[in-house]
Design a binder for this molecule. Structure first.
Ligand code: NAD
Length: 476
């Protein structure tokens, strides 16, 4: 049966989904048809997605505001624009990505031709987190559709307004046998993970990433794991401190620090610490308190997503203070508003929770170092970070730090922006993730790279290897 994208059957109420195995079976049947589709059908879905986002900008802004008071300007940049960049980049390059990639022929296989062709994996599962709940569902969806898959999206239950909006979006523009949203919490995710998906794209914490990988192993499904961790920012004594302060405060302040690649802790060379702290204080005031009414009055600053995360972050701060940390800036928390001020602190012991766990909130502990060797050792004593930020004007220092600190990705004299470049594969390493997303890397992640060797009929380069084995073959 041919499925027509234009005759979209309304999806059933997905809060109480129909049988998940049935939904999966329907997608699996459809995936067979998707496999035979060409570029135009995939591009059409991507265009629909892009159009819907364009037409529903204010609904997206409202949903994000309802879930955690995310400022509309931040939603524009980090949810809408970032999604459109990915979709448009994919649309621009998809035809070329789908072309078989011809590879050269070694002498031993002379006469043959070989290429790699990308085929869809089949039915994919996308499990999304709450911190960029729209973008982190759309970004992998664009790659999944570009690669020709059917997929089920399980958004986070912690941002229910965005989850409902994603469900509505998919009902409006996709046939549910191609893309469906299944809303729900970890129990729903657990049920989904029992199904034999061909690929699972998970964004979330390393702890849950391990659960996902175990479940995937049951069916030998491939996985992309976009996880988190403690991303350090290192500022040496050659850095432009004003510039560094602006970029660090921006990278930490966006989404109130609830960003997987937010600078988690700050390593600063001892001799420039005081100056950097002064610069950071000035920037925080300029960004979030220009009228002097307090950051809580700022319309440019988000809230902590829920009471659980508020208690967790406030607990990290209390715990650090109890262990001797001093607050240099901020420190105000308000449970009623789930507000936590941008907070700079020093003196948190290395074994304190704030220096061991991913903070995922607007607290920035400072640690000083004397030599780059010492800075690298501090970072490398922890698990591999998702991002490494280096502020320096010395190319040798840059080279040393990039070479000696393993990390998923990195920026020099910038924070966060490496994830906005669609030609840079994005992802973690070790504890911060497995596999890469964005652009071609995302397309490849959702594709099977099928290797093909074509021989001429009646010819083979290895006829001499056929049995029965003779002394001549043995000699080879
Ligand atoms: P989380 O791991 O708690 O949840 C992510 C998703 O997994 C949600 O949809 C949730 O419903 C589901 N889930 C939760 N428990 C589960 C279980 N036991 N079994 C199956 N599914 C389960 O993560 P979060 O709190 O939503 O997001 C924060 C984490 O995500 C941070 O560690 C952050 O660094 C990371 N993150 C990483 C990236 C990246 O691109 N690398 C992006 C955003 C967030």
């Amino acid at each position: 049966m041919l499925y027509m994208e234009t005759t979209v059957t309304p999806a059933p109420s997905l809060t109480k989904p129909v049988s998940l195995p049935l939904l999966f079976q329907q997608q699996r049947a459809r995936a067979e048809a998707l496999r035979r589709e060409g570029w135009e059908a995939r591009a059409m879905r991507l265009r629909k997605l892009s159009r819907w986002i364009n037409d529903n900008r204010s609904a997206i802004q409202q949903a994000l505001y309802a879930d955690f008071r995310k400022p509309a300007a931040e939603t524009d940049v980090s949810e809408i624009w970032s999604s459109q960049v990915e979709i448009k980049h994919t649309l621009r390059h998809l035809k070329q990505w789908m072309e078989p990639r011809v590879v050269g022929t070694p002498l031993s296989l002379m006469g043959t031709r070989s290429w790699v062709q990308h085929e869809p994996k089949g039915v994919c599962l996308i499990i999304a987190p709450w911190n960029y709940p729209f973008y982190l569902a759309i970004d992998p969806l664009a790659s999944a559709l570009a690669a020709g898959n059917a997929c089920i999206i399980k958004p986070s239950e912690i941002t229910p307004t965005v989850a409902a909006l994603l469900a509505r979006m998919c009902r409006e523009i996709f046939d549910p046998t191609v893309v469906t949203v299944v809303e729900g919490d970890k129990d729903v995710a657990t049920e989904l993970l029992k199904l034999p998906f061909n690929h699972i794209f998970f964004t979330g914490s390393p702890q849950v990433g391990k659960i996902v990988m175990r479940a995937a192993a049951e069916h030998l499904a491939s996985v992309t794991l976009e996880l988190g961790g403690k991303s350090p920012v290192i500022v040496d004594d050659t850095a432009d401190l004003r510039d560094a302060a602006e970029k660090i405060v921006w990278g930490k302040g966006i989404n109130a620090g609830q960003t997987c690649v937010a600078p988690d802790y700050l390593l600063v060379q001892e001799s420039v610490k005081e100056k950097l702290v002064e610069e950071i204080k000035e920037v925080v005031q300029r960004f979030y308190d220009p009228e002097g009414e307090g950051v809580a009055a700022s319309k440019s600053y988000a809230r902590i997503v829920n009471a659980h995360h508020f208690r967790r972050i406030a607990g990290l701060l209390e715990d650090a203070q109890a262990q001797g940390a001093n607050i240099l800036l901020g420190g105000t928390v308000d449970a009623g508003q789930r507000f936590i001020e941008p907070t700079l602190l020093e003196g948190a012991p290395s074994e304190s929770r704030i220096m061991q766990e991913e903070i995922f909130g607007p607290l920035l502990p400072i640690v000083t170092f004397r030599t780059l060797l010492e800075a690298a050792a501090i970072v490398n004593s922890r698990l591999q970070p998702l991002a490494l930020y280096v502020f320096t004007q010395n190319n040798e220092h840059q080279r040393y730090l990039l070479q000696n600190i393993p990390a998923g990705g990195s920026c020099v004299n910038e924070t966060i922006l490496h994830l906005a470049h669609p030609d840079l594969p994005f992802g973690g390493f070790g504890n911060s993730g497995l596999g890469k997303a964005h652009g071609f890397a995302g397309f490849v992640g959702f594709s099977n790279e099928k290797s093909v060797l074509k021989q001429r009929v009646g010819r083979t380069g290895i006829k001499t290897m056929y049995p029965p084995y003779t002394p001549k073959v043995k000699k080879m």
